[in-house]
Design a protein. Sequence first.
Length: 291
Amino acid sequence: MYTSTVYAHTHIRNVIIDGKVLDRGKCIRPYEKKFNFPVSSVKSPELVCRTTNMSSNATDICDIQAGATIILEFHEEEGRDSVGIDPSHEGPCLVYMAPLSSNGAGNVWFKIFEQGYDAKSNKWCIDTLDDASGKLRVTIPADIEDGDYLLRGEIIALHAASDIGGAEIFPNCVQIRVSGGGSAKPSGVAIPGVYKEDDPGILFDLESDYTTYEIPGPKVYEAESTPNPISEDGNTTVSDDDIGSENDDDDDGDGDNGDDDNSSGAAVNVIGGVFQGLVGTLATAALAFLY
């Protein structure tokens, strides 16, 4: 069921793959009319993807390489200029995957990312998310088998979670096609079913003097050959400087990010070198003829 008491909500507006910002809703399971409203019951079937349209044909499937990074861009409103989520809605970010063929049913969901509360910085995941204009960077495990998957991004807002049923959960599902992977088939959990109403990470009082937070759900799947989801600089979010704009493409339209310019420059240097060598040879021959 959806709650309608608070309007500072969020949704995965778009994804970013290979530096390209895709259109709103591209490869994302269809939004409900109240697209940014939360799921308030951990038993609700809408906890899967926050939609009543669970057809795999309802949206596209986006290609991505195993081991590559996908950016989930959360926004409160339809536009990219809105915040990721209101800062009062403190809580964790979680990302799961499941085979698309399962349509999210059964013990199929394995967790690939989580970020909760950092006591050193006194920041929650949603704080770093808002600092990065709603962008959450996640690495696809490098060893999972190729195929089609549901990628489920989720924020759990805890501002009212001191009461049973008070946690506000914001999931959305992206359809992706993974290639270049291995043979791993991670074991999973059921959604709904993975959370209980009184789990420490679901029933939580933000007004208490807490110093730790227990992220709900299973442990993050550790792939043998997957880099840590947290990048080398320790960030799980990404700035605008790291990506293009919505619908940005390469100037030449070939998707090579300017490699043609580098190749052309190299070719010019080679031709120039050959030309200089030829001129030197002709000059030597001319002098020999005169003498």
